[in-house]
Design a protein around this ligand. Structure first.
Ligand code: B12
Ligand code: SF4
Ligand code: SF4
Length: 340
């Protein structure tokens, strides 16, 4: 049967799991998205409020599509991602960004799988998505039975844990859908309790404006001074709510080594001194490159301000006159905080 052969091919290509759903499987999507946007929880991510007729309704995005093939790609760390938070002179960089950009790797695999599928059923069509299209991948993945959206809003599964990316292939081919997964969080609140900024207004809901992942990656300009001390040494993304999850005890190992190796926990002083060219060279192929030198150095300066390391004052002082406003503001904030 085509579905079984497709699952076997997905595994050969390197995906950890494949499941199938229908584009219209989550009728409550539009209302939930609307609630999130109406509360302003997307912050500066204005693109989330655009094309909501597609984002909130995958069936409208491509009316000819009959099935959505959802895929999981593991990047499970081989170390405790929270240990670096104790090393205040070093940068805590989210595990997913230690190596190559997942957008590129997942997209390549999706295209390969899509090509294989079209060879089996010529004349049909596919579209592949990872992250950037107006598609809400997590609810679709839950509908496909790949896992459930935990109280931290990310998808997790009882045997994969929560360290995996999602990608999807929409297709005109009618494939038998899988059963949706039920929620298995129970009374656990570990992810909600560990969040350093209190970014969850309620279980299963995130206010991105308080999330360190948003603040370090998506937010441009100066960060609210009240939130800066809570960011600690996290300079790119945040892993706390994922790392706290007890289901990760059962997480399978990630086998894609390209998700490692570009950067791990570099010294803050070294990162603060990166010029634009040096930044681009250092983070070539990494997702970190997308945020640019200015936002990156701004984040490094918040971490320096939080380090309580007088030895780092000089690195911050050197950036007080930086041509980027957010960088110079962060440098002044860091110097003041280290001196007080
Ligand atoms: C925008 C975005 C962000 C934003 C906002 C995150 C968010 N939770 O909305 C920011 C920048 C903060 C972010 C951070 C991260 N992200 Co992100 N992000 C996205 C993106 C592009 C869209 C997500 C989205 O649509 N949000 C809108 C909200 C409204 O939707 P939602 O999160 O599904 O919210 C649901 C709940 O609120 C729910 N709900 C509301 N009330 C209730 C009540 C109940 C009872 C229930 C069950 C549900 C429920 O309804 C909503 C719809 O289902 C997706 C890729 C994609 N295209 O889907 C990646 C994606 C979600 N991100 C991903 C990752 C890895 C991360 C980080 C872990 C990265 C990091 N380490 O820093 C963090 C995790 C932070 C967190 N706790 O969510 C992965 C997650 C993979 C997975 N296993 O789930 C994705 C899928 C990218 C990918 N292709 O792999 N991200
Ligand atoms: S990623 Fe960090 S800041 Fe964002 S919700 Fe999770 S624990 Fe909170
Ligand atoms: S930490 Fe607990 S509440 Fe949060 S996602 Fe994991 S099981 Fe659910």
């Amino acid at each position: 049967m085509l579905k079984h052969a497709l699952a076997a091919e997905a595994e050969t290509i390197g995906f950890s799991r494949m499941r199938i759903t229908r584009p219209d499987a989550v009728p409550e999507l539009a209302a939930r998205l609307q609630e999130f946007l109406a509360a302003g929880r997307h912050g500066q991510m204005g693109w989330m409020a655009e094309r909501t007729h597609w984002r909130g309704d995958p069936a409208a995005l491509w009316p000819q599509a009959k099935s959505v093939i959802v895929l999981a790609e593991l990047y499970t760390p081989d170390h405790d991602p929270l240990a670096v938070l104790e090393q205040s002179d070093r940068a805590a960089i989210s595990v997913y960004a230690h190596g190559k950009d997942y957008h590129d790797l997942v997209k390549k695999r999706l295209k390969r799988l899509g090509r294989w599928l079209l060879e089996q059923v010529p004349g049909e069509e596919i579209k592949v998505f990872v992250d950037t299209a107006p598609v809400m991948e997590k609810p679709l993945a839950q509908a496909a039975g790949l896992g459930w959206q935990g109280k931290h809003t990310n998808l997790l599964s009882r045997d994969l844990g929560s360290w995996f990316f999602l990608g999807s292939i929409f297709t005109t081919i009618e494939l038998p859908p899988d059963e949706p997964e039920a929620e298995h969080c129970g009374s656990c609140r570990a992810c909600l309790s560990i969040c350093p900024t209190g970014a969850f207004p309620a279980p299963f809901q995130l206010d991105a404006r308080r999330c360190i992942s948003y603040l370090t990656i998506e937010h441009s300009g100066p960060v609210d001074p009240e939130l800066r001390p809570l960011m600690g040494n996290r300079i790119y993304g945040c892993d706390d709510c994922l790392a706290a999850c007890p289901w990760n005890k059962f997480a399978q190992a990630g086998t894609e080594m390209r998700y490692r190796g570009i950067v791990e926990a570099p010294p803050l002083a070294e990162l603060a001194g990166l010029t634009d060219a040096a930044f681009r060279e250092r983070f070539s192929g990494s997702p970190i490159k997308r945020i640019g030198r200015d936002r990156f150095v701004r984040n490094v300066l918040y971490a320096i301000g939080n380090s309580a390391e007088p030895a780092l004052i000089a690195a911050a002082e050197a950036l007080v006159e930086d041509s980027d406003n957010a960088v110079s503001d962060a440098a002044r904030w860091a110097v003041e905080r280290l001196r007080s």
